[in-house]
Design a protein around this ligand. Structure first.
Ligand code: PMT
Length: 401
């Protein structure tokens, strides 16, 4: 019995020669006990007939957004709600572009907009179309939104070329779909029933109406942790400084600008949280006075007096019923000692030491490498992308809890 048993899957098929493999995919999903409803785009029907999928899935095939009979049987919103997962295989370059731009000009793209179920796409196209910057940018956007990209594989293509762009094989898609459903099953996650609050990104401290003091934090580490916490089944709140990160599906986002704003939001949500993770690079100081007008370039030298900002994580760790509190320590030298000092001074349960002197990890990079420090042990997490580091951190936090 896999995680596919009794799962309701919309299998979206778009126009591409790999559509013939989706017949086999339908059969395999059914074998695993899934209830499959096939939705075809007009392009898909040029390659394979709806009748094939109706016979294999045992369900009527949907192919039109504006079909009165189909809407009377199961309307598009109902279908979007019905699904535990939408799997689009093959996903053509055109479909990926429409999905990334939020189009709703056929039934399948509308379902993708109207669902709260996870979405996975299996791209299939000519290798140059796959490599094209437009396709890559669309895929990047989709990934940032939490849509899972399965493949493509590399190999010989129907057009006679060789390279990346082949749709994943049905067996591979079945096992990837099963693990996606397992990861998204909140009852199965180690943080099911827990509330996690995460701070992310920089803060900005105004000097005058147009200038501010800030730092290079992109929010990538914090948002990766939010995705990992959601995948572990947690109710997840992300308190973000000014960053350009997509909010993961299912997370609540609170936007803040200044350290004081982030402090207020954190102190509002942390008392009811089980876990508080502070990845934010909070400005330690802010200008004592914010000039009412733009500061003019007249004097040769000016001085700006700064005053201390509140320490958010120390305030959370001092709550009478404090959540499990995890800090990050960004250091350019003597990393472990400074990190241990912050663990003790701020009374944290864990601290994640981050060497920010390196340009390949830490601030604004897609990768990180950290040391997790608690009162009694150290654990090094080798360099990996921030999603992988976040997954490992969430596992460590869940077991420490
Ligand atoms: O956002 P990215 O580009 O992905 O980069 C990630 C990161 C490098 C910012 C992140 O991994 C990291 O190391 N974050 C901590 C940055 C930092 O400000 O460290 P710190 O050593 O100054 O602060 C220690 C801890 O206290 C941190 O958890 C910080 O969020 C917290 N703090 C600091 C000051 C303050 N006023 N309030 C706080 O809560």
């Amino acid at each position: 019995m896999t995680h596919l048993a009794q799962k309701k899957i919309i299998l979206g098929i778009t126009g591409g020669i790999a559509a013939y493999k989706s017949a086999e995919l339908t059969r395999r999903l059914k074998e695993q006990g899934a209830d499959v409803r096939v939705v075809m785009t007009p392009g898909a029907k040029e390659f394979i007939t709806p009748l094939t999928f109706q016979a294999l899935s045992g369900n009527p095939v949907s192919d039109s957004l504006l079909d009165r009979d189909a809407e009377a049987a199961m309307g598009h919103i109902e279908l979007a709600r019905w699904a535990d997962l939408i799997l689009v295989a093959p996903a053509s370059a055109d479909f990926l572009a429409r999905l990334s731009h939020g189009f709703a000009n056929d039934l399948l793209s509308t379902l993708c907009l109207a669902t709260s179920a996870p979405i996975a796409v299996a791209p299939a196209m000519n290798q140059l179309m796959w490599k094209n910057k437009a396709t890559q940018a669309n895929c990047h956007t989709l990934k940032q939104r939490g849509i899972l990209l399965l493949g493509p594989n590399s190999g010989d293509q129907a057009c006679g070329e060789t390279g990346l762009g082949r749709m994943m094989e049905p067996d591979q898609l079945v096992s990837a779909t099963a693990s996606l459903l397992r990861n998204n099953d909140p009852q199965a996650g180690p943080l099911h029933g827990k509330k996690v609050v995460i701070t992310a990104g920089p803060t900005r401290e105004a000097l005058d109406p147009i200038r501010f003091i800030s730092n290079h934090s992109s929010g990538k580490m914090g948002f990766a942790l939010a995705r990992a916490a959601l995948a572990a089944g947690a109710q997840t709140i992300i308190i973000a400084g000014p960053v350009y990160q997509e909010t993961p599906n299912g997370a609540e986002r609170i936007n803040t600008v200044t350290a004081k704003g982030m402090y207020r939001a954190s102190l509002e949500h942390a008392p009811s949280a089980d876990i508080f993770i502070a990845t934010a690079a909070v400005a330690d100081y802010r200008p004592l006075q914010i000039a009412g007008q733009k500061i003019k370039k007249s004097a040769k030298q000016i001085s700006i007096e700064l005053t201390r900002n509140p320490d958010i994580i120390a305030a959370v760790a001092a709550l009478p019923e404090k959540p499990f509190t995890v800090g990050f320590a960004a250091e350019t030298n003597d990393l472990i000692n400074y990190a241990k000092g912050k663990l003790q001074n701020k009374k944290l349960d864990l601290i994640v030491a981050n060497d920010v002197a390196r340009s390949d990890i830490g601030f604004n990079s897609d990768q990180n490498a950290v040391t997790v420090i608690s009162a009694d042990k150290h654990q090094n997490l080798a360099q990996a992308n921030k999603d992988q580091i976040a997954e490992q951190l969430i596992k460590i936090i869940a077991s420490a809890l």
